[in-house]
Design a protein. Structure first.
Length: 550
């Protein structure tokens, strides 16, 4: 229940703080006094959007704060899920800054508007006149029948499974599209992969093959120049080796005279040895150089195949071809992987469908069983509200597809008078009838829901006399199970309240202000007398007011 509300710098309210009690509270005031301003302030603290027009003084921030006693409503899981500090008396605060920015807090923890709105759904139901049209909406009709049927836990379980079912269905559908696309490319990818695998790319050294091809293509040229080099090195008297040996022998004779001579000798000796070794290598290479057309053809074919593949795949190296091969292997293998994933999801979906159908059936049966209880209560309450011959028919049919709350379709049919045919509630009920049906509905739901607080904003519009008296009694009965507020112009309803607040305007220093005060018993008599007879209160009006209060 809401314990207190404080408002600073909002619309015509400069500063206001009011405490509320449980039970049935009445709010009255002349038209234009500011009752809508109170609801607007409460709406802001419950998460509605705001703008700078909310500020009375544009230079100062607007602050609205409401305290709620939530100790009996098992809301700890909500606070844990949203990482908020839980308190039995939870404080919601909303600030609108002169810059236009808005801030929201739950127990001094900053939150976004969505979190504030989500929490408010557990705290309060503000019913204004236009919300009577909700009765015609299928979603609200389901909420009514499901509350009476005690379907909340079943629907929560159904929705949890349905959420995963939809997620798995979307994943399965995506994979099926991928599979279709993969199958279209399967033959071509397999051809490309086979072509690459046939070359054994990992065993190919392209640089070595190109070098070997160059050698095999130029054997005679290489051999000719190798032979010439060997001849120059080994020729008697003028060969390089002979001359190096002559130099070495000459230096050997003088090396002992100086360390410098010895160093030069050692260097020439190393050169001679290296030259002799190099020539020996050349001789061996020359001996192994053989003109081999068959081998040249094999090497050329292998290189040509590599070049063809590189051109085909628009790459320049064997390493890039190997990467393409790996990618193609993945694509070809992915088909079986996708098929396996689809099979797993299909099994999961079938299991989910079994569970969904079981929950949907139980939800549907509970709805069917709840219909008599709901319609009987409607008829009983509405007969007190001047609709003695009202009849309801609720048609619930099963469907073959999953809805957000089961597999049922729902129609509320209504007949206001004896002999009249049933018609859709939204088409045949008048505005006054809808208002009374909505009050009856709220009265019924008060016995099933755990909502702490409800505010009726002039739900009594268009009624008077004994009907108004019955409306007040119904609200009074509702207040045994929850905190009830009624904003009303009818004295018959105002007299039923446990607590009475008055909204009024005052002028202070040339400024118009909206104020709210709790009436004393004496002030309450006068207020109800004025509601009966107008500003000039007669003795009979006072006596009538006292009679109503008693």
């Amino acid at each position: 229940m809401i314990q207190s509300l404080s408002i600073n710098n909002f619309a015509l309210i400069e500063k206001m703080a009011i405490d509320f009690s449980d039970g049935f509270s009445i709010i009255t005031g002349e038209t234009g006094a500011g009752k809508s301003i109170l609801l607007g302030a409460l709406g802001l603290v419950l998460g509605k959007r705001a703008d700078l027009t909310s500020l009375k003084n544009k230079e100062e921030k607007c602050v609205i704060e409401a305290a709620f006693d939530i100790s009996n409503y098992n809301l700890q899981p909500f606070f844990e899920a949203n990482d908020l500090d839980y308190d039995a008396v939870t404080i919601l605060r909303r600030e609108i800054l002169p810059s236009g920015k808005s801030r929201a807090f739950i127990n001094d923890t900053p939150v976004n508007l969505q979190e504030l709105q989500n929490l408010s759904e557990f705290l309060i139901d503000v019913h204004s006149q236009h919300q009577t049209q909700e009765l015609s909406e299928n979603q609200y009709q389901f909420a009514i029948i499901d509350a009476v049927a005690s379907n909340a836990d079943l629907i929560a379980s159904f929705q949890s499974i349905l959420k995963q079912y939809k997620k798995d269905t979307a994943a399965r559908n995506t994979l099926q599209v991928e599979l279709q696309n993969a199958l279209k490319e399967q033959d071509y990818n397999t051809f490309l992969l086979t072509e690459l695998q046939s070359v054994s790319l990992k065993t190919i050294d392209q640089a070595a093959l190109e070098s070997e091809s160059e050698q095999l293509s130029n054997v005679e040229f290489i051999k000719e120049h190798m032979h010439k080099a060997i001849t120059v090195a080994q020729e008697d008297q003028y060969g390089v080796i002979y001359l190096l040996n002559e130099i070495r022998n000459s230096l050997q004779r003088v090396a002992g005279f100086s360390s410098e001579y010895q160093t030069i000798y050692d260097r020439i000796n190393s050169i001679a040895i290296e030259m002799d070794d190099a020539v020996g290598e050349l001789e061996k290479m020359s001996e192994h150089l053989i003109h081999d057309p068959e081998k040249l053809e094999l090497v050329s074919q292998k290189l040509q195949l590599v070049y063809t593949l590189q051109k085909k795949h628009q790459v320049a190296t064997v390493e890039e071809l190997i990467a393409i091969q790996a990618e193609l292997e993945q694509k070809v293998d992915s088909i079986s992987a996708i098929e396996d994933q689809i099979k797993v999801l299909e099994i999961s979906l079938k299991d989910a469908e079994i569970q969904l159908d079981q929950f949907a059936l139980k939800i549907h049966e509970n709805r069917i069983n709840a219909v008599p209880a709901l319609t009987n209560q409607w008829v009983e309450i509405l007969s007190q509200l001047g609709m003695p011959n009202v009849r309801f028919k609720i048609e619930i049919t099963e469907t073959n597809h999953y809805l957000t709350n089961g597999k049922s379709e729902l129609q509320f049919l209504f007949a206001a008078n004896l002999g009249s045919d049933f018609g859709l509630l939204k088409k045949v009920a008048s505005g006054g009838e809808l208002s009374r049906i909505m009050l009856a509905t709220k009265a019924i739901l008060a016995n099933y829901s755990k909502l702490p607080t409800i505010i009726f904003d002039e739900i009594d519009t268009g009624v008077s006399g004994e009907i108004a008296n019955k409306m007040g009694e119904i609200m009074k009965t509702m207040s045994r199970n929850m905190q009830v507020f009624a904003i009303t112009h009818l004295p018959q309803i105002a007299a039923k309240g446990d607590t009475h607040f008055k909204v009024y305007k005052s002028v202070m220093a040339g400024d118009t202000l909206t104020e709210l005060k709790q009436l004393t018993p004496e002030e309450r008599v006068v207020e109800i007398a004025q509601m009966l007879s107008g500003t000039e209160v007669s003795e009979s009006a006072l006596n009538h007011a006292k009679a109503l209060l008693n």
